[in-house]
Design a binder for this molecule. Structure first.
Ligand SMILES: [Zn+2]
Length: 434
């Protein structure tokens, strides 16, 4: 079996880690900055060493490409003859690409594996293809995607949205950085051409598969002593802000049955939501992380509580179920004289990744002698958007202590090499069947 080279992986991770605005305080590499440009320069150099053609698209995604061996035409003929696939003989002579990659930007003071890991896997795979003289019929691309974290303009997954054709150009003027500069200006300063952002869009005709290796950012794989796991879904997120208004009263003189205590009302809502999530027992999670209470004094019955309810699940029905229970409690509170306001902060449907790619990754795991572990991603990724235009798969690499978005973030090169080995097996399979 072909093996990824851990030394090379470690080398790339460390090289990329040096392009950093906050050395000693975690990795800060925001999109369209000087350190971002230097990281791209390093990747371009490594890609060119491998004979890849390299291009920067209109939003700033860096794409290295190895051409496939097959013109496409002969392959289609052959498939028709064997009767395996009834595809037209005519058409675009080029087969669509198989791509591997992730994002090159970081959060403020983050870790050196988030994003970088997937790009490093892509580079290592290109090297593995070459040193093992594996000739894919399809072109192979390594993608370093821009502006995923959203730490510059407050809106993430911009590179992935552009690839999916879902980025509205007018947004580039509305989004500004801390200094008031628009996203459009940042792109122009980076010598990009934001007016042609629609040229970034890919389709199944030129991109057959995108696989994103990514650090897990959670504790599951490590707790099960596994190096990698295949992701088959990315959670949907529903976040609401709920305001409950009761009545502030003297905390000593008001008997319990005459109080309209907004905090005990809030706790009824949170307890019911928690009970619903426990009943579901399908991996759905609940966080009520933002709470504001008025007047916020020890001896006054709280008259007002504003709090967030965030639910994440791979199942849309589970999100609906939790909020049905929440609304049941809120209706009861209204009947008891509380006034309630509810505001949607986020609504994102779950993404189910390509069954074909997920199956190929699972077979890759068993070929590599690894346990076939399947996980749900609890965080958003570029893959979520790209899944709207083509077949997308993800593979997670174990995180030490489940830490991420902090300097302590760590995945071992041994585990990253496992991910490369699995993805290589999947690519070879997908190259043959697509
Ligand atoms: Zn990431």
């Amino acid at each position: 079996m072909m093996k990824a080279n851990q030394k090379r992986i470690e080398g790339d991770i460390n090289e990329l880690a040096a392009f950093n605005a906050t050395p000693g305080k975690g990795l800060t590499r925001l999109s369209y900055t000087e350190e971002y440009r230097e990281a791209q320069r390093y990747l371009r150099m490594e890609m060119e060493k491998l004979g890849m053609s390299v291009r920067l698209d209109a939003i700033g995604n860096l794409i290295g490409r190895l051409e496939g061996t097959n013109s496409g035409r002969a392959r289609h003929n052959e498939k028709n003859m064997t009767g395996r696939k009834d595809e037209p003989v005519q058409g675009d002579p080029k087969l669509p690409a198989l791509a591997v990659g992730s994002h090159l930007d970081s959060v403020l003071n983050g870790g050196i594996f988030d994003g970088n890991l997937g790009i490093v896997c892509g580079l290592e795979l290109a090297r593995m293809l070459q040193e093992n003289s594996i000739q894919l019929s399809h072109p192979f691309e390594v993608m370093a995607i821009v502006e995923e974290e959203g730490n510059t303009f407050g809106s993430g997954i911009m590179g992935g949205k552009a690839i999916a054709g879902k980025l509205d150009e007018s947004l580039l003027d509305l989004l500004t950085d801390a200094g008031g500069h628009s996203a459009r200006q940042a792109m122009i300063d980076f010598e990009l051409n934001p007016t042609s952002i629609d040229t970034v869009k890919r389709s199944p005709a030129d991109l057959a598969v995108f696989i994103e290796p990514h650090i897990e950012q959670g504790p599951v794989l490590e707790s099960e002593n596994l190096s990698v796991g295949v992701v088959d879904a990315i959670v949907g997120i529903r976040t609401r802000e709920i305001e409950i208004v009761g009545r502030p009263d003297h905390g000593g003189t008001t008997p319990m049955h005459l109080r309209k205590d907004a905090v005990t009302a809030m706790s009824e809502v949170i307890n019911e939501a928690r009970r619903a999530v426990d009943d579901l027992d399908d991996g759905t999670v609940l966080t009520c992380g933002c709470v504001h209470v008025e007047p916020g004094t020890v001896n006054v019955v709280p008259g007002k509580a504003v709090f967030s309810v965030e639910c994440r699940s791979r199942n849309q029905e589970s999100l609906d179920f939790v909020f049905e229970q929440v609304h049941g409690v809120l209706d009861g509170l209204r009947e008891r004289g509380f006034s309630i306001l509810e505001k949607t902060l986020m609504e994102l449907a779950p993404t189910h990744l390509s069954e074909r790619v997920t199956a190929a990754l699972k077979r890759g795991m068993s070929t590599c002698g690894l346990t076939e572990k399947v996980l749900t991603s609890g965080a958003g990724h570029d893959s979520m958007c790209i899944a709207g235009v083509t077949d997308v798969g993800m593979i997670f690499v174990a995180s030490r202590d489940g830490r991420s978005h902090c300097p302590e973030e760590y995945s071992s090169t041994e585990d990253i090499a496992d991910a490369c080995n699995v993805v290589l097996e999947a690519l070879i399979e997908l190259d043959q069947v697509l």
